[in-house]
Design a protein around this ligand. Structure first.
Ligand code: SAH
Ligand code: SF4
Ligand code: F3S
Length: 505
């Protein structure tokens, strides 16, 4: 064997070029990151290789994502490490290693995980070598851990949201232990950069610009399971995007629970609007999206940057939650109905072609039919392009869970149906406004029902299906929006020969 590599001597930026098969894993691991994780990746690689030789076939790993874009991005980080250590990634849960990246924002997200775990148990009975890991937001809740320890003892590894960067180290522990390995941290102020990532799409990518949330909306579990707000350094974000663009990415989605407060707690504070100005300058990047904007922090500066930008997509997700000022106060949202309406009006005036989408909760404690009417009034006035409507779900540990005036289920259902109907009507009308236009669409995938169609996304996030083949995927093409079908269009590519090389959005 060639001389061994000691990772303690390798600078961070060179780690990704190291041949992990030559790393010395018989010495002690480095005590600094990310070198330490590369050491454990090398160690896992040996274990996976041995097991694969024993079975005479590759080992397969499958990650299932529950929840939001944060979890989707985290799963790409887990996939990156799984690939490096020698697993083949698969969509099939009948694999050698299955990971559930869980969500706990509403109770039905938790129930889904428990249901699917039952299925994994039966698969594991047929394949006793199968390993099962659980991670993500639900694992930050002690009650969930207790339940899994008691009733789902076939799980091999549990970790949370704060120590995901330690995945390789945790895997080593799992391989070396006969017992369930559980590692949950309450919080962290650490952000570890420069670990491998395996992207789901070659042409678009999510980028974390911040982690955690400080807002403590009274119904929401996210601040408890994702910890305090931490922004990444500007240079790390720009460096990551430049690298992605060099690999063929044309669209990025900047991710944070409240992107409008990005940069406030950095050593050198910077606004979200200024971050966008810097991202815009990256050559080769064609589209910029971001999620999510808290209305209380959305600045005039941001509206101006969006208005002037050639790359920021014409879409703003602006969660309302409720249209009743009284309920908004109880939710600790820190804006009134009027302030929200003024903001939406200003945005529509400045950027008339923008799509505004939202999240709405029906059935928050103390909500009366007149409050639901206020919500409906806002929907009618703002005319959302789309809205995600949720039934309030009681999350243990949040202030709203201990409020006494919980709303009976049948009343909630009534309000929910009413809101949904208005949302659907206004959204349908908004989407139909594009009928007959030619707009640029990013071709994202072959349509799952009809493989002669390509599914693309307009700048304003509307979906369009059009005739085309796989060679278009990842390209931005002009599409004639021929027929509106409620929430999507059937279109025609305008001139397949004139695919734009430097398109606007
Ligand atoms: N940070 C984002 C939201 C993340 S959670 C924001 O503030 O907009 C996504 C959505 O889930 C929220 O906007 C809210 O509408 C919904 N949600 C959160 N907690 C909920 C609960 N306890 N019950 C029902 N819906 C909830
Ligand atoms: Fe939850 Fe509110 Fe934070 Fe959004 S801003 S994640 S709703 S606490
Ligand atoms: Fe769910 Fe966690 Fe996202 S609770 S919505 S996966 S931040």
């Amino acid at each position: 064997m060639d001389s061994y590599i000691d990772l303690k001597n390798i600078p961070t930026k060179e780690l990704k070029y190291v041949d992990l098969d030559r790393v010395n894993v018989n010495c002690s691991p480095p005590d600094f990151e990310p070198q330490r994780q590369y050491y454990f990746m090398a160690k896992c690689r040996q274990i996976v290789k041995l097991e694969s030789e024993r079975l005479g076939r590759p080992l397969y790993a499958c990650i299932q994502v529950f929840g939001c874009q944060m979890n989707a991005r985290d799963s790409e980080k887990l996939s990156g490490i799984l690939e490096i250590i020698g697993y083949q990634l698969s969509e099939d849960e009948n694999a050698d290693f299955v990971i559930f990246n869980t969500c706990t924002v509403r109770d039905n997200a938790n129930q889904k995980v428990y249901g699917r775990l039952g299925h994994l148990n039966s698969l594991k009975k047929n394949n006793p070598h199968m390993k099962i890991a659980l991670c993500g937001c639900m694992m930050q809740e002690p009650s969930a851990i207790e339940k899994i320890r008691k009733s789902y003892r076939f799980v091999d590894l549990i970790f949370g949201t704060h120590n995901i960067y330690k995945f390789a180290e945790l895997l080593t522990a799992m391989f070396e232990s006969q017992e369930m390995v559980v590692d949950i941290w309450e919080d962290t102020d650490q952000i570890v950069e420069d670990l491998p990532v395996e992207r789901k799409y070659p042409f678009k990518s999510g980028i974390n610009i911040m982690f955690g949330c400080n807002n403590f909306c009274s119904y929401c579990i996210v601040p408890y399971v994702r910890g305090r707000e931490r922004s990444r350094n500007l240079e790390d974000i720009l460096g990551e995007i430049r690298k992605l663009v060099s690999e063929g990415v044309v669209e990025v989605m900047l991710l944070g629970q409240n992107v409008n407060s990005y940069g406030r707690n950095l050593a050198r504070p910077i606004t979200f609007a200024n971050l966008l100005r810097e991202v815009e300058k990256i050559e080769g990047l064609e589209r910029i999206r971001f999620m999510t904007s808290h209305p209380k922090d959305l600045s005039d500066e941001l509206i101006q940057v969006m208005k002037e930008s050639k790359k920021i997509c014409r879409h703003l997700h602006l969660p309302l939650q409720s249209g009743s000022t009284r309920i908004l106060e109880a939710m600790n949202r820190r804006y009134t109905k009027e302030q929200y309406l003024d903001l939406a009006r200003k945005i529509r005036e400045e950027i008339p072609d923008i799509a505004i989408t939202t999240d709405i909760i029906v059935g928050f404690p103390g909500e009366k039919p007149e409050d639901v009417e206020e919500t409906i009034d806002v929907i009618r006035q703002v005319k959302y392009d789309n809205a995600f409507t949720f039934i309030y779900s009681k999350r243990t540990g949040t202030p709203a869970a201990s409020m006494e005036n919980q709303v009976p289920e049948n009343i909630v259902k009534e309000g929910f149906d009413k809101v949904l109907k208005v949302v659907q009507d206004t959204a349908r009308n908004r989407v139909a406004l594009l009928q007959g236009q030619v707009q640029n669409a990013l071709a994202e995938e072959v349509n799952q029902q009809d493989s002669s169609l390509i599914t693309g996304r307009l700048s304003n996030n509307t979906i369009v299906h059009f005739k085309g083949d796989e060679s278009l995927i990842g390209k931005i093409v002009p599409v004639y929006l021929k027929e509106c079908h409620g929430f999507y269009y059937l279109g025609e590519i305008r001139d397949a020969g004139c695919v734009q090389s430097t398109p606007l959005q």
